[in-house]
Write a protein that binds this ligand. Structure first.
Ligand code: DGL
Length: 297
């Protein structure tokens, strides 16, 4: 498949006081952001929600790659010292190209937790909930084959069409969300899965609803795997190794939000999902940033 032409960017000198850029197709990356805030409370964070182009999961790979490169260019122009691709779909499609583009910058991606899933299963069957694009990714399938061969675990792949969108735009705890979770989770439990990998960063945001659906089907414990915590630890490790951790004495850590859709909606999501009220800007992202200053909300 064709990938957009690119050239290697020289990253401006990275400094410990600079912010970390985090992005997702929408608010799913909050499930990673909350771990980063907990583990790295001194860091300044820029969060980009590409909600105007969500979902990524049903888009062709080259479209996801273009969005990722556009958002990364925007965040780099705002001076970030590291990038967290808080989206499984974007990571599977574009993290390699992103690293080629910004070879000097720490870049952390998110992938479905197949290894912890295999380590946690008691009966040997692991359900993997993710977008269609993630589950079709070559890199993902290779990893699945390697881990299955090494551990003997059986992975049941469940593309969750429409679920990220339902979480992004629907009512929390709504009957529509419940019905969708039931449709995707029940067959995995019926096939003996005792561990479910949440392979899309949107899914941990509805963990309570997922647990409710599971309880309807089984009393046996089902382990949910969310890699947000591990991603935050990896970010901390890479920043420390590069001498880029923000000193604790620096002025208070700030969070700033950017969105390609409604700023009001992102403000509401920050408040309802994280209990925070950071400044939010609406921005238009093309292949290169077209509105780097943004509109303040
Ligand atoms: N949050 C996303 C992921 O981790 C993307 C969902 C989507 O946009 O389809 O895959």
């Amino acid at each position: 498949m064709d990938t957009p032409a690119f050239s290697t960017m020289t990253t401006p000198t990275l400094s410990p006081g600079a912010p970390v850029g985090i992005f997702d197709s929408g608010v799913g990356g909050f499930s990673v952001l909350r771990h980063i805030q907990a583990q790295l409370p001194h860091e300044a964070l820029l969060y980009f929600a590409d909600s105007g182009f969500a979902p990524y999961g049903d888009k062709p790979e080259h479209v996801v790659i273009e969005r990722v490169l556009g958002i990364a260019a925007f965040l780099v122009a705002r001076g970030v010292k590291a990038l967290v691709v808080a989206c499984n779909t974007a990571t599977v499609a574009a993290v390699r190209i992103l690293r080629e583009h910004y070879p000097d910058m720490p870049i952390i991606g998110v992938e479905p937790g197949l290894k912890p899933g295999a380590a946690s299963t008691r009966q040997g069957t692991v359900g993997v909930l993710a977008t269609e694009r993630t589950l079709a990714g070559e890199k993902f399938l290779l990893l699945r084959d390697q881990i299955a061969a090494a551990t003997g675990a059986r992975f049941l792949l469940q593309p969750c069409v429409g679920l990220a969108d339902q979480i992004e735009f629907g009512e929390p705890g709504s009957p529509a969300l419940d019905a969708m979770l039931e449709r995707y989770i029940a067959p995995l439990l019926a096939q003996g899965a005792d561990t479910l990998v949440l392979g899309c960063t949107h899914y941990p945001l509805v963990q309570a609803s997922i647990e409710r659906v599971i309880r309807r089907h089984t009393d046996a414990g089902v382990t949910l795997i969310d890699t947000g915590d591990a991603v935050a630890r990896q970010l901390a490790r890479l920043l420390e190794a590069a001498g880029l951790l923000r000193p604790a004495g620096d002025a208070g850590a700030q969070l700033e939000g950017f969105t390609s859709a409604s700023g009001t909606a992102l403000c509401a999501a920050f408040a309802s999902l994280l209990g925070q009220n950071p400044p939010v800007h609406e921005v238009a992202i093309g292949a290169t940033p077209s509105n780097p200053a943004g509109t303040h909300i």
